[in-house]
Design a protein around this ligand. Structure first.
Ligand code: PLP
Length: 479
């Protein structure tokens, strides 16, 4: 039996729960999923879509298998997470070993060796004087922590009026109420309004949708976008603005890389107005762009970096806020403390897994692999530009967005109904049926998002391109 047959055989029997319910029925009746239209899975008789929740039971390398034994190329690394690929025995071992030795201890006035080692390692890799690591359990909590730190830092240093944050349209920064305020996606926020006051939005760096006179001049566009941040600070009042939150490459909307000179100008603006630059690298760190931290890839120095996802390649949850010595300084004295924390922040098992994960990065030269192969990945995806539906391919490293348009010449996008038919009605399912797990997203203009495990190379790039080509060709009949 080859590996695939073994895996398929292993996958098939796992189809009922301990209570004897099929997984599909139990998922429909009891599982409340994130950002999911549950009606898709409700029975047709009660007005639902009658669909079956896709159930993934197994992963190996860049591939996953569902409970029917079908195999898929995981072109999204789960959710921008599984950098080193699925099924790594040594990460499972690292978790088991740590659970045996010390399964849990909090970082509330105590410490444990794995969190200490991991903090030291992250500080060594982080740019400049970002030497203080505050652990969380995920990305949204890291963003939340960064905003709270920014507010308290300015209170402690004689500028108590600085509390507002600036972030970009359509950017996603997480779901806790602070992070959600920083998020720029209206549909994700509206049900929970009023949110935390003081979160201001500026344009993102979508060159494809840039004002027409700037489309051919990325540098001028970068300058234009960065200057909108200065304008927002002036408008809000510099004494009221604490921080700017930016992803190195903005995910939501479909991978907007920074135009040349953008971050250089943002850094200047932040220095001029004494506003902290927070680099939200929840997706872009740990090799996604090619370095441990994407601020290094793009050559800028943040005051805070937020990370999560790829730190353990998803084998156990963890996140962190990495802050500069300057921000930590007021907390070194007297009775001052950062009155903030999470029971499971810096969990020993997760910290041990993160260490083992970063060992794999070093041993296998994964960052260099991404740097060497990113141009090939990009060139392979660029072939799709010959399809009538493909308007733009953009991104960096192992992180790309493919924007779909109704008319390539005018860049006309789809209206809401067309989007509904194209993305939800056809593409999401068709891509999955074609053996490709990725994301068809319309939080901005409709895009297909790709962020595969960092271990893949040309054969998988070709495979992704061919599967996309056949589905996108067929998609022309579905809007
Ligand atoms: C840039 C960014 N920040 C924050 C988050 C929130 O992370 P989490 O889902 O771990 O809370 C995400 C999640 O995708 C993200 O992409």
């Amino acid at each position: 039996m080859n590996t695939e047959e073994t895996l398929n055989k292993a996958a098939r029997p796992i189809r009922t729960t301990r209570a004897g319910t099929t997984y599909a029925d139990a998922a429909r009746d009891h599982l409340w999923m994130s950002f999911t239209r549950q009606s898709t899975y409700e029975p047709k008789e009660s007005g639902g879509g009658g669909g079956s929740v896709p159930i993934i039971v197994k992963g190996e390398g860049a591939y996953i298998w569902d409970d029917q034994g079908r195999k898929y190329l995981d072109a999204l690394a789960g959710l921008f997470v599984v950098q080193v690929g699925h099924g790594r025995e040594e990460l499972a071992e690292a978790a088991a070993k740590q659970a045996r030795e010390l399964a849990f201890f909090p970082l509330w006035s105590y410490a444990h060796p794995r969190a200490i080692e991991l903090a030291e390692r992250l500080a060594a890799d982080a740019p400049g004087d970002l030497n203080r690591v505050f652990f969380t359990t995920g990305g949204g909590e890291a963003v939340e922590s960064a905003w709270k730190l920014a507010k308290q830092y300015f209170k402690l240093t004689g500028k108590p009026g600085k509390y507002k944050v600036i972030s970009r349209n359509i950017a996603y920064h997480g779901t806790p109420q602070g992070a959600l305020s920083i998020t720029g996606i209206p549909f994700a926020k509206e049900p929970f309004e009023p949110l935390v006051p003081g979160a201001v939005k500026v344009p993102n760096t979508n060159l494809y949708r840039a004002p027409e006179h700037l489309r051919e001049d990325p540098k001028a566009f970068g300058r234009y976008c960065a200057d909108r941040i200065a304008e927002a600070i002036e408008f809000e009042g510099p004494d009221s603005v604490a921080a700017v939150f930016l992803e190195p490459v903005q995910n939501s909307g479909g991978c907007f890389p920074p135009p040349p000179g953008y971050f250089e100008r943002v850094r200047e603006i932040c220095d001029e107005y004494d506003v902290l630059l927070v680099s939200d690298e929840v997706i872009c760190s740990f090799g996604r762009i090619g370095s441990m931290f994407a601020s290094t890839d793009f050559g800028y120095q943040p005051d805070i970096i937020t990370v999560a996802k790829g730190m353990t390649s998803g084998y156990s949850p963890i996140g962190a806020m990495i802050a500069s010595d300057r921000l930590f300084e007021p907390f070194r004295h007297g009775h001052t403390m950062f009155a903030h924390g999470y029971t499971f922040g810096g969990h020993p098992v997760s910290a041990a897994v993160a260490m083992a994960n970063l060992d794999i990065f070093e041993r296998e030269g994964l960052n260099q692999h991404v740097k060497d192969n990113a141009p090939l990945f990009r060139a392979t995806l660029d072939k799709l530009l010959d399809l009538p539906l493909v308007g733009d391919v953009r991104g960096d490293g192992y992180f790309y967005g493919i924007e779909l348009v109704k008319d390539k010449t005018t860049r006309e996008t789809f209206d809401d109904d067309e989007c509904e038919r194209l993305l939800r009605g056809f593409l999401s399912k068709a891509l999955f049926d074609a053996g490709l797990y990725c994301r068809a997203d319309d939080r901005g203009d409709p895009v297909i998002q790709l962020a595969p495990p960092l271990i893949i190379g040309q054969p998988e790039f070709d495979d992704i391109e061919q599967r996309l080509r056949s589905v996108l060709t067929e998609a022309e009949n579905h809007f």
